[in-house]
Write a protein that binds this ligand. Structure first.
Ligand SMILES: *[C@@H]1O[C@H](CO)[C@@H](O)[C@H](O)[C@H]1NC(C)=O
Ligand SMILES: *[C@@H]1O[C@H](CO)[C@@H](O)[C@H](O)[C@H]1NC(C)=O
Length: 250
């Protein structure tokens, strides 16, 4: 009863809700004392402007909007038609919020790019992957393979660029001196993933293999650096017979 009375006074005199995530716990994790937002709750962009989202989905929480690791309550309009907590989840409200303002609403983890299973035994803890890891050349390809949901890689079928700016100059895909680099860092943009893992946006090496035959020469790394893989002086068949793996030729 005392709790009820004090709740009443809190809501009467202090419109700002206390920082507790309630109602819909999607995209949260329990940190030992409280439910807090996972990094993937807020890793995406809103579809409409952040400013519009802040008006459509105002927060009454002293902590502000959901952010990775904080316990700010989800703005009510993100998941319910009720105007106070406790509030029942209204699926329509949630669907609209996820479509328009997933970041503001802490619903990124439920959008298509973030909603897929991770592998059973990932090499890293999928729940604690940070945004900087999602952008890190050291981590991106491992995350795409093991924890696609953590970084919004669900629609990439395991094929991502290791660096994030390959697309700014597509000529590097054809540049003879850049082949070793793009084979390692621009797999998606330059179409260097084995084709079971999705085609890149620019297909340079075409084919439909799941793995490459082994190199028959031990010089492939050096030759590749010198442009062997893209040098049209050699036929595709010649390049394939010597360095199929290094040149990523099916
Ligand atoms: C997550 O969202 C789904 C669909 O809206 C809902 O059925 C489920 O209960 C939610 N899970 C949690 C833990 O709140
Ligand atoms: C869990 O999150 C709450 C709210 O952000 C914070 O106050 C608390 O220190 C966190 N606990 C741990 C064990 O990290």
């Amino acid at each position: 009863m005392i709790a009820l009375v004090s709740l009443f006074f809190v809501s009467l005199f202090a419109p700002e809700a206390s920082a507790v995530i309630g109602g819909d716990l999607n995209c949260t994790t329990y940190n030992g004392t409280a439910f807090v937002w996972t990094p993937s709750a807020v890793a995406c962009s809103n579809t409409i402007s952040d400013a519009s989202c802040a008006i459509l989905y105002p927060t009454t929480d002293t902590l502000g909007f959901p952010a990775a690791g904080n316990a700010a309550g989800r703005p009510l309009a993100c998941y319910t038609t009720a105007t106070a907590t406790p509030a029942a989840v209204v699926q329509d409200m949630k669907t609209a919020a996820a479509a328009n303002c997933p970041k503001t609403c802490g619903l990124c983890c439920q959008t298509d790019a973030y909603y897929c299973p991770n592998v059973a035994y990932p090499r890293l803890n999928c729940a604690s992957i940070t945004l900087s890891q999602c952008n890190s050349p050291a981590w991106r390809t491992i995350i795409a393979a093991d924890c696609p949901s953590a970084c919004g890689f669900c629609n990439q079928a395991g094929c991502v660029d290791a660096v994030t700016n390959c697309g700014t100059d597509l000529s590097i895909c054809q540049n003879i001196g850049m082949q070793t680099f793009v084979n390692t860092y621009c797999q998606r943009t330059c179409g260097r993933c084995p084709s079971t893992t999705a085609a890149g946006s620019v297909t340079v090496t075409s084919g439909t293999c799941t793995s490459y035959i082994a190199d028959s020469s031990s010089n492939c790394a050096a030759w590749s650096t010198n442009g062997f893989c893209t040098n049209t002086f050699y036929t595709v068949a010649q390049r394939r017979s010597r360095c199929a793996t290094t040149c990523r030729i099916c």
